[in-house]
Design a protein. Structure first.
Length: 138
């Protein structure tokens, strides 16, 4: 990871029900990689077979998660309360993608209302890249 060249975007939440988010991130890579490097935690057994300069897919992070979080300017995350709290406590700008029809939708709204992130609904993942690029640049 060469975070000295471009801002880093950390994408987490590719575990359970992460296929849509993972697909959206891969589809957005051409535009995202113009402005940032991407560390993409895809989830165990959901590794993507994509090789691009500046794109770092991994199934799971353990010891290096803290380092990636420190390096990240923006985090794309699901809306589990633990994840949101961790990212907010570390002062990371967030694009929050809640699981539909779950408690995550309420969590996402709460954090967005407090100015800790912007929400992209699962059905609107085509708009993910614009939100990420805006946060990276601002």
């Amino acid at each position: 990871m060469r975070s000295d060249l471009k801002p880093v975007v950390l994408v987490v939440g590719g575990g359970t029900c992460g296929t849509g988010l993972n697909s959206a991130v891969v589809a957005a890579l051409p535009r995202l990689l113009e402005v940032c490097e991407v560390v993409h935690v895809t989830g165990k057994g959901k590794m993507v077979d994509v090789r691009r300069e500046g794109y770092y897919p991994v199934e799971f992070l353990t010891d290096t998660l803290a380092d990636c979080l420190v390096a990240a300017s923006v985090v794309v995350t699901r809306a589990g309360i633990g994840s949101l709290t961790e990212m907010a406590a570390n002062g990371r700008a967030m694009v929050i993608v809640p699981l539909p029809q779950s408690q995550q939708e309420e969590n996402a709204r709460y954090f967005a209302e407090k100015g800790a992130g912007v929400v992209v609904e699962e059905k609107d993942l085509d708009g993910l890249v614009e939100k990420v690029v805006w946060l990276v640049r601002n």
